[in-house]
Design a protein around this ligand. Structure first.
Ligand code: SF4
Length: 457
């Protein structure tokens, strides 16, 4: 196995390729230690070896190398090719995707890319699997979705695989029947989005979770919210749901073998479940749960305004001056007056990109965890799993696609379940996939309808 020498605890040694030219950024510590950055597929190893053998990581060296693979692919596919990346990707991939005419956005906008751009037939995504799968669910039959690294998963989604959630969801559905509706955060597999669809529920993102939960609540049903307990709890508070009506299920890491609703595993047992208005799956994001209220106070005491993402804990959100999705955070930086100082609690690459943009506008941006006394790193935590997509993955995917030799493992089909440890992929039969798409699409389209209706008012 080729060892990726880039990263053990940081993605530090890589260059950032910015429009402004040659620049080396300080490293971003990685909070997640469970999924090391050590893996290239056989087909991608030659590209990784070439990349690692480059004399340096300056744009002058890296760009001609990448162009030699990307440009032929761009001219081969023409307007039918679409490159996508998420805001949380390292600066180098974000800039490369933009360089080749692609789009960088949050998970809501990413999900809509295929359906809104039917002329794009080959969609190549550099982000995590659930984002690519959401695109595939909404895609037309003649649109293919590919991911540059199939082992780029999300640790929050990892703790809510269908084999963990379904045994509990089945028991809840048996007990509450039509009175239970499932709301699935975008950070779930297509299988859980389909579960939401089957119950008449919807998908949500951090930017519209309040709208979707208000919509579900208006139906007077009990809500099962998967997978992020913190987004669920924060949104419940935002829409005025009483804390005492929330029930958090047991930690899926401790109870991976499952349990019966009435075997004493759930605090308060079935009585507590019966009284709950919303039941929270107990997953979390390891990148966003490093923040503490004392970090908020540290920055505020020094005159900074503090903004956080709602995947942070409720205590942090309550202590902060504002909280919201990646789009919200980005817009706050872009609309802040000159001289403003913003400490932001979210993914490290995003904050680094926001800092660069803020600097151009005279706005100071810091990472909430970047507090010398606390011994944090220079830029807070990056999402390690998303960072598994790097320049060799992008170069290799584009070249292999052009040559018609792209590995099947990188093709993203709705309902695929990927084991991020081994790289194994469990694929549904065509009939099962059609059924899954029907339900998952319904849940996604419900979210889109709720969100777009709100925008029009
Ligand atoms: S930042 Fe957290 S929630 Fe987002 S993709 Fe990474 S692990 Fe998942």
């Amino acid at each position: 196995m080729l060892q990726d020498t880039r990263a053990t605890t940081t993605v530090a040694s890589r260059a950032t390729i910015a429009h402004s030219g040659l620049r080396l950024e300080p490293g971003i510590p990685i909070c997640q230690t469970d999924l090391p950055l050590d893996w290239y597929q056989e087909e991608l190893k030659p590209y990784a070896e070439e990349y690692l053998a480059l004399p340096d990581r300056t744009p002058e060296t890296v760009l001609p190398w990448l162009d030699s693979y990307a440009r032929p692919a761009l001219s081969h596919f023409g307007d039918s090719l679409l490159l996508l990346a998420h805001f949380y990707m390292g600066g180098e991939i974000v800039k490369l995707v933009e360089r080749y005419g692609g789009s960088v956005s949050d998970s809501y906008a990413l999900a809509l890319q295929a359906v809104r751009r039917p002329e794009k037939k080959v969609i190549v995504e550099s982000a995590v699997h659930f984002m690519a799968e959401a695109i595939a669910i909404l895609a037309n039959d003649d649109q293919e979705v590919w991911i540059t690294n199939p082992k780029a998963g999300c640790t929050m989604e990892l703790l809510a695989k269908d084999h963990l959630v379904m045994p509990i969801a089945d028991q809840l559905l048996e007990r509450y029947g039509d009175e239970l509706v499932v709301i699935a955060y975008m950070n779930t597999s297509g299988r859980l989005k389909a579960l939401a669809g089957r119950t008449g529920g919807a998908v949500c993102t951090s930017s519209n979770a309040h709208l979707v939960l208000e919509w579900a609540r208006a139906q007077g049903k009990k809500i099962l919210f998967v997978p992020d307990q913190h987004l669920g709890r924060n949104t419940a508070r935002r829409i005025g749901m009483d804390d005492s009506r929330l029930l958090t299920l047991p930690d899926p890491q401790t109870y991976a073998g499952g349990y019966a609703l009435d075997d004493g595993t759930i605090a308060g047992g079935v009585r507590a479940l019966d009284q709950a208005e919303m039941i929270l799956w107990a997953s979390h994001c390891s990148v966003h749960t490093v923040f503490r209220p004392e970090m908020v106070h540290w920055w505020r005491d020094r005159g900074w305004r503090v903004l956080v993402h709602p995947e942070s804990t409720l205590e942090v959100v309550l202590a902060a001056d504002g909280s919201g999705s990646t789009n919200y955070l980005w817009n706050e930086v872009m609309s802040a007056p000159r001289g403003a100082k913003l400490a932001i609690g979210t993914e490290g690459h995003f904050v680094r990109n926001a800092r660069a943009e803020g600097r151009k506008r005279g706005v100071e941006v810091a990472h909430l965890a970047d507090i010398p006394e606390l011994g944090r790193g220079a830029a807070g935590c990056g999402c390690a799993t998303m960072s598994r997509n790097d320049p060799p993955h992008l170069a290799g995917m584009l070249d292999l696609l052009r040559r018609g030799e792209a590995p099947d493992l990188n093709r993203v089909l709705a309902g695929d379940s990927v084991d991020e440890i081994t790289g194994a992929r469990d694929r549904l039969s065509p009939e099962e996939r059609r059924e899954l798409i029907r339900h998952a699409k319904a849940a996604l389209e419900r979210m889109i309808e709720i969100t777009e209706t709100d925008r029009q008012h």
